[in-house]
Design a protein. Structure first.
Length: 230
């Protein structure tokens, strides 16, 4: 998720507002930017996308060239940067996106965000699943070569309280169980979390590290990276 500052002095204009099982989700336009707000919390906008691209590229680089048509799961559709970047890369054999908010899926399929993601959504490698991510990981028998998760502002700043369990020991153990041997977990965060790094180690992951995304001011965005043993 990109936490860039809002566009200049224009007043935001609400394009759509939905209330669902997880609260309110709003799409609004602020100058040239489209922004997603969940339960009053600014999540992301269309200003940049570097961190979303790094999320996918870090997983790809960690997997390396030896995988044949690897399958990546992207947790959170957002404004579509991660999906579009993955779909532009022939490295990925299959791309599954898990998004729990019907509104966000609709904004990509038939709304203002389709300008960013239409080609990626139509890519035959792409599958969009409407589901809660943790529920999907618990109930699906599918394994993935990479999990790229961007459903919150990070392990220490979740959109809803029920997301906390994803970053717990048990939630990370579930993530590990859905990865193929040598598979990669990459988690976007608005700030580094030493506590989360420790939980990744305790959950049995290897090669745990944190990649920083440079920002103009303040604390850098990061991608937490961990590997399931081969």
């Amino acid at each position: 998720m990109t936490t860039a500052p809002y566009a200049d002095h224009d007043q935001p204009r609400v394009l759509d507002r939905r209330t669902g099982p997880h609260g309110e989700v709003v799409l609004r336009r602020h100058g040239a930017l489209l922004q997603i707000i969940a339960n009053g919390t600014f999540l992301m906008d269309t200003s940049d996308g570097r961190s979303e691209r790094l999320l996918v590229d870090t997983a790809r680089d960690e997997l390396g060239p030896g995988r044949a048509a690897p399958h990546v799961l992207i947790g959170g559709l957002g404004v579509g940067f991660s999906l579009a970047h993955a779909a532009a890369d022939p490295y990925w054999g299959r791309i599954t996106v898990v998004e729990r908010e019907r509104a966000i899926i609709d904004w990509h399929v038939e709304g203002p965000l389709r300008d960013l993601s239409a080609e990626a959504v139509a890519d035959p490698r792409t599958e969009i699943v409407e589901a809660d991510l943790l529920h999907h990981l618990h109930t699906s028998a599918q394994t993935y070569d990479a999990l790229c998760l961007d459903i919150d502002n990070g392990p220490d700043w979740t959109v809803t309280e029920d997301n906390d369990s994803l970053y717990s020991f048990s939630g990370l153990a579930t993530c590990k169980s859905r990865l193929s041997p040598g598979g990669v977990l990459a988690v976007w965060s608005a700030q580094p979390s030493e506590h989360f790094e420790g939980t990744l180690w305790n959950a049995g992951f290897q090669a745990v590290r944190t990649e920083e995304i440079p920002v103009v001011r303040g604390v850098p965005d990061v991608v937490h990276v961990a590997v399931r043993a081969a």
